[in-house]
Design a protein around this ligand. Structure first.
Ligand code: ZN
Ligand code: ZN
Length: 434
C-alpha cells in the first residue's frame, strides 16, 4: 500500500520519554527495544508469503507462550491470537499485526536482507518484507511482552491478533482479516475497539500519520472478456472484431467515474491494468480480456461503479455486435478502511504524546487499501501510519512500500511500540463512557 501524500523534513528523534507520555510506556519500550529490533531483522531475513507464514507464526506463538499466554494457532491457515487478562476490571481491546511478505526480490544492502526465493504463479521470484509487515509483527510481539509485564495493574483485556495474508491469499485460497473473522475470533472475544499501525515510506521517520473517517480506499478487481468472432485482418466484415469493441469499451469506461460519480464527495479511481487479445498482426482474435482496479471511499459509490462499469461493458460490446462477460468485481475486495471519528479524536492526544503534536500529521486520503478494514467494520477501529523513511532522505522520492529497495528506519519500531502501548493504556485506563 502506498500513501499519496508526502511529508518532508522529518524531525529529530525522540529517544527518551516525550512530554505527556506515560512513564511506564517509555520504560517498557526501552526494556523490549533491542528484542524488537532483533525479531524484526530475523523475520526480515526469513520472509514468507501469505498463508505460508509458518515460521513467523511459530516464532510469534512461542513468544506468546513464553510470556505465559495461551495462543490459538492455525486460524485462517497461519494466524495466531492470544488474550491477556489484566489484573483489574476494564474494557476489551484488540491489537492487530500482519505477518506476510511479498513476491519481490530484495535490492537493499542491509546485512539481514532476504535471500529467500520461491515460485509464484509459475515464476521464480525473491520474497521480501517490502511492505514492512516484519515491523508490525515484531512491534506487536514487543507490545505483548510489555503489557504482560504490567499485567497485575492492567485494567481490562487485550487480544493480540497476528494475521496472515494481508496482501491477499494465494489463488484459490481464503485468507487474511476476513477469514480470521469468519473463523470467529471476534465471536469468542468481542473488543470495544481495534487498533493497528502501518509503516510507510511516504512519511519521514519520527512522524505519525492519522486521518479520521474513511482513510484508505476500498480496493476491488474487475475482469471483462469481450467476445467476438475470429476473422482475417483483411476481412473484418467476416467476423466480429473484439479489439475495436474493447478499445471503445475502455474509452467509454472513463465516463463511469468522470460523468456518473459525484467526485466532489469522495475520489474514485478506475484503472485498466492489463489487456490481452490476439497473437498475430493480421488475425482478428475471438476475444479480448481486460483486468483492472477500482478504488472508492464510499459504499454507495463503490456499488454504483460496479453497476455502471458492468453496464458500459455489456452495452458497448453489444453496440459492436459482440458480447461482454463482465465480472465487476471478480473477487472479494477490501472495503474502505474507516477510522471511527470519535475513537480517532479520543486517541489523537495519545499519539501526540509519543512523538509530539507537531509530528502527528493528517495524510488525507490514501488510495491504497488495507484488510484492517474488515475488523474496523465489526467494531470501532483506529489505523495509523508510522514514518519509515530515514531523516536524511526525502519521503517523496524514497523507494515506496512494495519496492525492492523499500527501507525501514528502525526508529519506527520504537515509535510503533510506544504508540500502541500509549493508545492501549490510555484507552484501558479511561474508556469512553456510554
Ligand atoms: Zn502492502
Ligand atoms: Zn502492508
Amino acid at each position: 500500500m502506498a500513501a499519496i501524500l508526502v511529508f518532508a523534513a522529518p524531525p529529530a528523534a525522540h529517544a527518551q520519554q516525550a512530554a505527556g507520555e506515560r512513564p511506564e510506556v517509555a520504560a517498557a519500550a526501552q526494556a523490549v527495544g533491542d528484542k524488537v529490533v532483533a525479531w524484526r531483522r530475523d523475520i526480515h531475513a526469513h520472509p514468507e508469503l501469505g498463508n505460508r507464514e509458518t515460521r513467523t507464526a511459530a516464532l510469534v506463538a512461542d513468544h506468546l507462550r513464553a510470556l505465559g499466554l495461551e495462543p490459538k494457532t492455525g486460524i485462517a491457515t497461519t494466524g495466531v491470537t492470544a488474550v491477556l487478562k489484566g489484573g483489574r476490571p476494564g474494557p476489551r481491546i484488540a491489537l492487530r499485526a500482519d505477518m506476510d511478505a511479498l513476491p519481490v526480490t530484495e535490492r537493499t544492502d542491509v546485512p539481514f536482507a532476504s535471500k529467500v526465493t520461491t515460485t509464484f504463479r509459475g515464476q521464480q521470484t525473491g520474497v521480501m518484507h517490502a511492505c514492512g509487515h516484519d515491523a508490525h509483527t515484531s512491534v506487536l510481539m514487543g507490545v505483548a511482552e510489555a503489557l504482560v509485564a504490567m499485567k497485575d495493574e492492567l485494567p481490562g483485556e487485550v487480544m493480540f491478533i497476528f494475521q496472515p495474508a494481508e496482501e491477499g491469499p494465494p489463488d484459490g485460497e481464503e485468507g487474511g482479516a476476513e477469514e480470521m473473522l469468519a473463523q470467529g475470533i471476534f465471536s469468542d472475544f468481542k473488543p470495544e475497539a481495534v487498533f493497528g499501525l502501518h509503516v510507510f515510506s511516504t512519511l519521514g521517520a519520527g512522524r505519525i500519520g492519522v486521518h479520521a473517517g474513511p482513510t484508505m480506499a476500498a480496493s476491488d478487481r474487475f475482469n471483462i472478456v469481450v467476445k467476438g468472432r475470429q476473422t482475417h485482418g483483411s476481412r473484418p466484415w467476416g467476423g466480429i472484431d473484439p479489439v475495436v469493441a474493447a478499445a471503445d469499451l475502455i474509452g467509454t469506461a472513463q465516463t463511469v467515474v468522470s460523468r456518473r460519480q459525484d467526485i466532489s464527495k469522495q475520489p474514485v479511481v478506475l484503472s485498466f491494468g492489463a489487456i490481452n487479445g490476439g497473437i498475430r498482426y493480421n488475425i482478428i482474435p475471438d476475444q479480448v480480456e481486460m483486468v483492472g482496479t477500482i478504488r472508492t471511499f464510499d459504499e454507495d459509490m463503490r456499488q454504483g461503479v460496479f453497476a455502471d462499469l458492468k453496464n458500459v461493458a455489456e452495452k458497448v460490446a453489444q453496440a459492436h455486435g459482440a458480447t461482454a462477460v463482465a465480472q465487476v468485481p471478480d473477487t472479494k475486495g477490501n472495503p474502505v478502511t474507516v477510522n471511527d471519528p470519535a475513537l480517532t479524536a479520543r486517541m489523537l492526544p495519545s499519539l501526540q504524546k509519543v512523538v509530539g503534536a507537531d509530528n502527528v500529521v493528517d495524510p488525507g486520503l490514501t488510495m491504497g487499501a488495507e484488510d484492517f478494514s474488515f475488523y474496523a467494520r465489526e467494531v470501532p477501529g483506529l489505523f495509523f501510519f508510522v514514518g519509515a523513511t530515514p531523516r536524511d532522505q526525502d519521503p517523496k522520492t524514497a523507494p515506496s512500500n512494495h519496492s525492492p529497495e523499500f527501507f525501514l528506519d528502525e526508529s519506527a519500531l520504537d515509535i510503533g511500540v510506544r504508540a500502541l502501548l500509549q493508545v492501549s493504556l490510555d484507552y484501558l485506563n479511561d474508556p469512553p463512557r456510554s
